[in-house]
Ligand binder design. Structure first.
Ligand code: EPZ
Length: 423
């Protein structure tokens, strides 16, 4: 299995360009299933997850080509409504195909996505919302069979118990071709929801209110092809900027929308690092402070502090002058990185949804593993600050969400490499 080796103690100084957002490009690629024309997507990051969703669409009959960072999709050739089992198991975001398939073909069959390391991650809100729009859903032997009697979804009023990102996306897509108007209340407000809504509208949909808690969709009969550039990945940007916050470092990210990162930038400032925003140039620079001040973090739905930045910020806080408290309110099991950080000398106590991080003067390189996508980034940040060498295994997770991770960190001056130990 491949592994990453990071040598700590080398200062970072430089600029990296942020790639298209993983959590925007996945629903947008799925949304092309709604279209009967050709779509051109720019700034598509080269990620393992993008390859999987490309394969899912291919298995449904879509013609998909992917050169450099441009993806061309022809939805006119879609002729299946069941994706192979292994794809859904590989990546739970594949559950997003339900909305478009039901909206366009009146039927969708897929295996129930499993949970993952960070939590059970049920899809009850997706299914309940689709039933509100007229779908009949049966779950049999780990398979979800969804059908629309009469063939066409009908607009309805949906209240999401939790502002679920995935459920909001699935239901926005389903409602785009439904008969009549749909309202989604307590909708997720993430920038990726807005990006998807902009793409749907570019295809001829009528989505209003994305980015607020109430989204209204007026169904239309057909969606045509469209071109769209994916927004930059705020979590990738936050991960590099946190590395820049370590004392002695200075990191600039380009192709970054600072407005998507405000709660993270605010906490970085509170910790004593300097943050410079240039909205004209779409760049953000972080310069490490003399010391790291302890800062408390509670994860919340957007526009609160993102759960996808929790583990990276915790890695940073392991070296603070004091104790910081983390509260993870989104996922029930998103502290697996704690054991790995402890192997490097971190002093962290977990009590349910809370973690208390007591800063230590030094971290030491160790053999650790990436327990989920963002934990992998957290361990690289810790490895950059540690004394000695850190070896990170289980890289599959990292390949899912960070384009050219090694190259970008090396361009900042990090002594980091990826080894394929041939096993
Ligand atoms: C999206 O996951 C992101 N993934 C996650 O990013 C991100 O952490 C999450 O949103 C929260 O921001 C993609 O966009 C591909 P949710 P999603 O539905 O849609 C519960 C990363 O690292 N829930 O907003 O699955 C759920 O269990 C990944 O890039 C239900 O109870 O997240 C969780 O506790 C990790 N029933 C909470 O809602 C449902 O039907 C938020 O989940 C759906 C969700």
């Amino acid at each position: 299995m491949d592994k990453i080796i990071v040598s700590g103690g080398h200062p970072l100084n430089g600029t990296v360009r942020i790639s298209g957002a993983k959590n925007s490009v996945l629903p947008i690629i799925v949304a092309t299933l709604l279209s009967e024309g050709r779509c051109v997507l720019e700034d598509v990051p080269r990620l393992a997850d993008v390859q999987i969703i490309k394969d899912v669409l291919g298995s449904l009959g879509s013609e998909v080509s992917f050169e450099e960072n441009t993806m061309m999709v022809n939805g006119a050739t879609v002729d299946k409504v069941q994706a192979p089992y292994e794809y859904i198991k590989k990546m739970r975001a594949s559950v997003l195909i339900m909305g478009p398939l039901l909206a366009r073909f009146g039927r969708a069959v897929l295996s129930l996505p499993g949970g993952c390391a960070i939590g059970a991650r049920p899809i009850d809100l997706h299914l309940k919302g689709l039933e509100t729009l007229g779908a009949q859903i049966t779950i049999r032997d780990d398979e979800v069979i969804a059908e629309v009697p009469g063939g066409k979804l009908k607009g309805g009023h949906i209240f999401l118990r939790v502002p679920s990102v995935g459920a909001t996306e699935n239901l926005m897509m389903a409602a785009s071709l439904a008969d009549g108007e749909t309202t989604i209340e307590n909708a997720a407000e993430e920038p990726e929801i807005v990006d998807l809504a902009n793409f749907l509208n570019a295809m001829g949909a009528r989505v209003r209110g994305a980015g607020t808690g109430i989204i209204r969709i007026k169904g239309v009969d057909v969606l045509h092809g469209a071109s769209h550039a994916i927004i930059p990945d705020r979590i990738e940007a936050g991960s590099y900027l946190l590395a820049g916050a370590l004392p002695g470092n200075r990191v600039t990210v380009s192709n970054c929308i600072a407005d998507h990162l405000l709660p993270v930038l605010d906490k970085i400032r509170e910790s004593g690092a300097t943050v410079e925003i240039n909205n004209m140039a779409n760049t953000v620079t972080v310069i490490g402070g003399e010391r790291i001040k302890p800062v408390d973090v509670t994860t919340l739905p957007y526009p609160g502090f993102p759960t996808d930045m929790q583990s990276q910020f915790m890695a940073y806080m392991t070296l603070a002058d004091g104790t910081s408290q983390f509260t993870e309110t989104i996922f029930e099991n998103r502290y697996m990185h704690v054991d790995e950080l402890r192997k490097m000398g971190a002093d962290i106590k977990v009590e349910g949804r809370n973690a208390f991080v007591k800063g230590v003067p030094t971290l030491y390189g160790a053999k650790v593993r990436a327990t989920d996508l963002r934990a992998g980034a957290a361990l690289i940040i810790a490895g950059l600050a540690a004394k000695g060498e850190t070896t990170i295994g289980d890289l599959y997770h990292l390949d899912r969400g960070y384009e050219d991770l090694i190259g970008k960190f090396q361009s900042l001056g990090a002594v980091i490499q990826r080894l394929d130990d041939g096993t």
